[in-house]
Design a protein around this ligand. Sequence first.
Ligand code: ZN
Length: 328
Amino acid sequence: MKYPWQQANWNNLTASRNNNQLSHGLLFHGASGTGKLDFAHHFAEWLLCEQPDNDKACGQCKSCQLLQAESNPDYLILAPEGESRDIKVDQVRSLIDRLALTRHSSGTRVVVISPADTMNISASNSLLKTLEEPPPGTILILVTDRPSALSATIRSRCQQIRFDLPAKSEALQWMAQQQLENPELLYRLVAGAPLAAVALVEDDGLEIRQKLFENWQQLAQGKVDPVTSADMWLKTGFKNKANLPLYWVSSWIIDMIRTLQGAGIESMDNVDYAKNLQQMALQTDLKALYDLYDRVNETLRMSESPVNLLNLVEGLLIIWSGLKRRAA
Ligand SMILES: [Zn+2]
């Protein structure tokens, strides 16, 4: 499906297509959690439909029915397979073979590559020629949160379509329609990305955040052991969303720094923890919080590649629990 905040992109792309001006390489980029991939599927469906209207595919023609059965040979998806984090060169090669073999003389074919930034160097090199000169009727849609991670050559071969976060009022309204509780808090926790809010709620993210925050407080009070705690963080917090707990920690620290810089509770992101964070901040030294913040960011960067996450988290919790504190 597409979302209300994507209507302008939809109008532009469908108009280009109707005027035969749609480029055969498209790069959808923008913040995570805005629904780019859903949009890509929806658009692919529309491109392949035999009798689409302005807004959507018909849902009835042969192509639409095959799509619903996930067996439309003209719709190809390229994504990391199995446990792999990467799209591998073999996958790109077999895609190219398939595009060359199946000759639908007049028909449209759509390839969605997502997340496109997971193509490793050889994979993205072997895609270049196809991207430059795809077989007739073929449209390639690359989807990514991190366009800068794509090679400049890949980017230059695509028409770039930017997906922005919705305006706050639009996001809040949509989240309320999805019957998410506490939309205001969620909006802040996910930095304005509505689909990230849905995912957070579905994955019990708020409960997990609560559990980790309680542990974070107990660490500050010296009531629990950081090494045992790190183990719990890994098992509970990092299950589905690899880095999410690190973003939470980072936002707790930012709120504490804001407090020490004199900001009031109303400027905090973690509105539900405002009082506790304020209290912890007042017991801590500003410089130490800045150092800890740097450390969290470094951990976030390192956790992008395969590393021993347990060691990293352990290191963080040890520092946090060992900070000098004064009575508030
Ligand atoms: Zn149709």
